[in-house]
Design a protein around this ligand. Structure first.
Ligand SMILES: Cc1ncc(COP(=O)(O)O)c(C=O)c1O
Length: 379
C-alpha cells in the first residue's frame, strides 16, 4: 500500500461485534475472564486495551516498523527508553534537543548514575569520539527543537551498529510523513504524539516504534510495569489524527516554505532557522532523509533584545502564543522562557539558542493570512 492509503487504514478493523468502522473507545479497566487464565487476550487495561492496540498497530505501520507502543506523553515514552539502562551506563545526546528531554536526562536520570554526553550531532564524528565501553544509547533528535539542526540518521546508525549501541531518534518535528528513522537504521523511533500525530492540540501522548522483538518485549515490560499508558479516548484521538497526517503535513510544508521565505527577506529579521533552505548547513542530509521540510522554524530579529521579541510574541492574532506545536493552528513560542527554560542560560546560549529566538509552528491556515499576521506583528 502507498503511504496515503496506509495512513487511512493502518490499525483499522471493523469492530467485530457491531461492524463500527471507527475503532471503539474501550473505556474499561478490566475484562471478564471465563476461568482463571482463560480470556480473550485482554486481562487488565494497563497491560492491554483494544483501542490502544489498534493505535500501536497503526503507529508501527506509519513508522515503517514492526511494533508500536503508546505512552501517556512523549516524555513518558522517552522515560521508558531510559529505563532500559542501569547505573554507570552512558548516553550520547544532542546538545540542542527539546528542553523537557534535557530536564529528564539531567535532573532525573543523572541522579540514578546514568552519564550523559551532550554533543552537536550535526557531525557524526562528534558522536563517535564520545563512545566508550559504557555507552549504551545514542539519543538523537532531528530536526532539533528549536534550532532545526539536522543529524545524519544513516551515518549515526552505522556508528551505533558498529559499537553495538542503541540509537533512538525523536522524530516529533518531522513526523512519520516526512521521515522514517527505522528505515534509515535507527533502533527505536520516539514521538511526542501530542504534536503532528494527534494534530489538533487536544491530546497529550507519546509513542515508541521498533523492529526488534526482544527490544519490543523489554519496552512492553517497562510500559506495563511502570504504567505510563494513555487512556483509550486519547488513543482514539491519535488514531483519528493519523488518518489525515499526510494531508496536513503536505500543507504544513507548503505554508512553512512560504513563511520561511517571507521571514528571510524581511528587513527586521536577522536569521531564519529552517532546514529547507539550500544553504542550511545540513540541507543535503535533510534532503536525503526527509520527504519535505515541514512547518517548524525559528527566527531572531536584528534587534535581538528580549523586549523586541516579546513585542512580536504578544502582537500576533492568528498565531497563538503557546507551548506545543504540530497542530492545525499556528503557534508562536519563546523557547528561552517557555519550552527550553529548563536548560541553564549559559548552556542555551552556547548551543546557539538566543534569548530573543522566536519559534513558529506554522499551521495549515491560509498562507496569505499567516504571513499578513507576521507582517503586522513584526511591523
Ligand atoms: C521534540 C520533542 N520531543 C518530546 C517532547 C515531549 O512530549 P510531550 O510533551 O508529549 O511529553 C516534545 C514536547 O514539546 C518535543 O517537542
Amino acid at each position: 500500500m502507498k503511504k496515503a492509503t496506509q495512513y487511512i487504514h493502518a490499525g483499522a478493523h471493523p469492530d467485530p461485534s457491531t461492524g463500527a468502522i471507527m475503532t471503539p473507545i474501550y473505556q474499561t479497566s478490566t475484562y471478564v475472564q471465563e476461568a482463571p487464565g482463560v480470556n480473550k487476550g485482554f486481562e487488565y487495561a494497563r497491560s492491554q486495551n483494544p483501542t490502544r492496540q489498534a493505535l500501536e498497530e497503526a503507529l508501527a505501520v506509519i513508522e515503517e516498523g514492526k511494533f508500536g507502543l503508546a505512552f501517556g506523553s512523549g516524555v513518558a515514552a522517552t522515560d521508558a527508553v531510559m529505563k532500559l539502562l542501569k547505573p554507570g551506563d552512558e548516553v550520547i545526546a544532542a546538545s540542542d534537543m527539546y528542553g523537557g528531554t534535557y530536564r529528564l536526562f539531567s535532573k532525573i536520570y543523572s541522579k540514578f548514575g546514568i552519564v550523559f554526553h551532550y554533543v552537536d550531532m550535526g557531525a557524526v564524528d562528534n558522536i563517535e569520539t564520545k563512545i566508550n565501553a559504557n555507552t549504551k544509547l545514542i539519543w538523537a533528535e532531528t530536526p532539533t527543537n528549536p534550532l532545526m539542526n539536522i543529524a545524519d540518521i544513516r551515518g549515526i546508525a552505522a556508528v551505533a551498529q558498529q559499537h553495538k549501541v542503541l540509537l533512538c531518534v525523536d522524530n516529533t518535528f518531522a513526523s512519520p510523513a516526512l521521515q522514517n528513522p527505522l528505515s534509515l537504521g535507527a533502533d527505536i523511533v520516539m514521538h511526542s504524539a501530542t504534536k503532528y500525530l494527534g494534530g489538533h492540540s487536544d491530546v497529550i501522548q507519546g509513542c515508541l516504534v521498533m523492529n526488534d522483538e526482544a527490544l519490543r518485549d523489554q519496552l512492553y515490560f517497562i510500559q506495563k510495569s511502570t504504567g505510563a499508558v494513555p487512556g483509550p479516548q486519547d488513543c482514539f484521538l491519535v488514531l483519528r489524527g493519523i488518518k489525515t497526517l499526510h494531508v496536513r503535513m503536505q500543507r504544513h510544508c507548503e505554508n512553512g516554505e512560504q513563511v520561511a521565505a517571507y521571514l528571510r527577506q524581511h528587513p527586521k529579521v536577522e536569521k531564519v532557522y529552517w532546514c529547507g533552505f539550500t544553504d542550511h548547513h545540513n540541507h543535503d542530509i535533510a534532503k536525503k532523509q526527509m520527504r519535505g521540510f515541514g512547518g517548524m522554524m525559528s527566527f531572531v530579529l536584528k534587534d535581538d533584545s528580549v523586549a523586541a521579541a516579546t513585542k512580536v510574541l504578544s502582537s500576533t492574532k492568528i498565531f497563538s502564543l503557546a507551548e506545543s506545536l504540530g497542530g492545525v493552528e499556528s503557534l508562536i513560542n519563546h523557547p528561552a522562557s517557555m519550552t527550553h527554560a529548563s536548560i541553564p542560560r549559559e548552556q542555551r546560549i552556547a548551543n546557539g539558542l538566543a534569548d530573543g529566538l522566536i519559534r513558529l509552528s506554522v499551521g495549515i491556515e491560509d498562507a496569505e493570512d499567516i504571513i499578513a499576521d507576521l507582517a503586522q506583528a513584526i511591523g
